[in-house]
Structure formats: C-alpha cells, structure tokens
Design a protein around this ligand. Structure first.
Ligand SMILES: O=c1ccn([C@@H]2O[C@H](COP(=O)(O)O)[C@@H](O)[C@H]2O)c(=O)[nH]1
Length: 224
C-alpha cells in the first residue's frame, strides 16, 4: 500500500460518507468505518462504501466472550474488510477465536489502549502503571494469540514494533503539528507515527471537519 493513511469516516450519514470518500479518495489509501457509521448503516452501508474502490477498515472494536466475537466475525465475513478490530483486553482465547473466524485476507488487529486515555485514566480503571507498559503487555498477548497486529498510539508504536517486528501496527490519534487534539490524549503527527513504525495511520476529524477536506488530506500527505 503506497498511501498508508486511512480516513476515519465517522458519521451516521451514508450520503455524507460517500461524498467525503469521493473528495479524498485520491489522497488516502483506505476508508475506516467505525461504530457510528455501522450503527446507522450496517452491512448495507459497508457494501455501499466498498464501491469507492479503496480497502475498508471495519473498526468495530469487538469485545465479548470468545464464542460471541467469533460468531459476529463470521456474520461480517461477507463484507471481507481489509482490517477488522477487536479489543486485546478481551483476552487470548477471544483473539485466537477472532482470528480463526475471520476471512484469510482480513487482518485482525487488537486495540491495546485507546488513544483517548492516559496514565490517569488507566489508574481509574484499576490498572497500575504507565500506559506504555500496559500497551506492551497487551501487544505481547496479541502476538501470542495469532492476530495480525495491534492498534496503539504513536507514543508506543516504536517499542511495540521492536517487540513484534512482523506485526501490523495501526496508529490513530494522529494530528498535524498545529492540529486540535480534542478528545485524543496520546497524540503524535502522522509523520512521527510512520517514522516510528506504524503500518497505517488513521486520520479522522483533521480531514473530515476541515473546511476543505481534500486540501487537508493533501497537506497531510505532503508531510510524509
Ligand atoms: O485507540 C483508538 C482506536 C481507534 N480510534 C478511532 O480512530 C479514529 C480517530 O479519529 P480522529 O477524528 O482522527 O480523532 C476514530 O474513528 C476512533 O474511533 C482512536 O481514535 N483511538
């Protein structure tokens, strides 16, 4: 994949997602569809977006008992997403069953610790220690379970890549140098994420909320 930016089309509005995809399709390498889009448009919406002709990243962050996650992935398999997410904190058995249930061409990647959380948020959930260490623990668990890679922030991707050289690393929570961070707490620039070992970076609002989304996407590509 020459362009390693996936644009996050976080909207419930299928027509808006199609229009945005058409505007930026020449400046990004794939489309990320998440919970907001899927809750509103379901499998039909994903099929519609696949007509754009770019790889689809289905970011549903599945997290349940192994049997339920595996059955959900089987139900989604007709959509043949290029990338599908589960939560690493669902445990090794859940990740093993998720990978076994997914089509061979789908990369199953495990979310370690959401980029909207920091050390304090982690402590509030009862987990002692730094986000960095928590991400690395979950990276090792994901590697042992046989999934294809992980989702982490640009602050951990270099260390995660060192511990799993063959892994596939998705980095969201990226912002251009002058970008608004909003609810994201562990943030780097797209360039930093790729330099540190990201396989793909996810960019949502810096493109989709820009006055001129194609110019915003082009400007990000120019920094890479
Ligand atoms: O840890 C995570 C996992 C997933 N995401 C998703 O990425 C995009 C980021 O959108 P921005 O507008 O660029 O902040 C969004 O769809 C999240 O659900 C994440 O941010 N962090």
């Amino acid at each position: 994949m020459s362009n390693r930016i996936f644009v996050a089309l976080d909207t419930p509005d299928l027509q808006r997602a199609k229009t945005m995809a058409a505007r930026v399709r020449n400046h990004v390498g794939g489309l990320k569809l998440g919970l907001e889009f899927f809750a509103a448009n379901g499998a039909h919406g994903v099929r519609e977006m696949s007509h754009v002709g770019l790889p689809i990243f289905l970011d549903l962050k599945l997290h349940d008992i192994p049997n339920t996650v595996a059955k959900a992935i089987q139900a989604l398999s007709g959509l043949a997403p290029a990338i599908l997410t589960v939560h690493a904190s669902g445990g090794q058995a859940m990740m093993e069953d998720a990978k076994a249930a997914a089509p061979a061409a789908t990369k199953v990647v495990a979310v370690t610790m959401l980029t909207s959380l920091d050390d304090n948020d982690l402590a509030a959930t009862g987990v002692q220690g730094r986000a960095h260490d928590h991400v690395l623990r979950l990276t090792e668990l994901a590697m042992r379970s046989g999934v294809d890679g992980i989702v982490c922030s640009g602050e951990e991707v270099e260390a995660a890549h060192r511990c799993w050289p063959a892994g596939f690393f998705v980095v969201p929570g990226v912002r251009p140098a002058d970008g608004v961070t909003g609810d994201q707490k562990r943030v780097v620039t797209p360039r930093q994420a790729l330099d540190r070992g990201a396989s793909v970076v996810v960019v949502g609002r810096p493109i989709t909320q820009a006055q001129d989304p194609d110019a915003a996407a082009r400007a990000i590509v120019a920094t890479l």
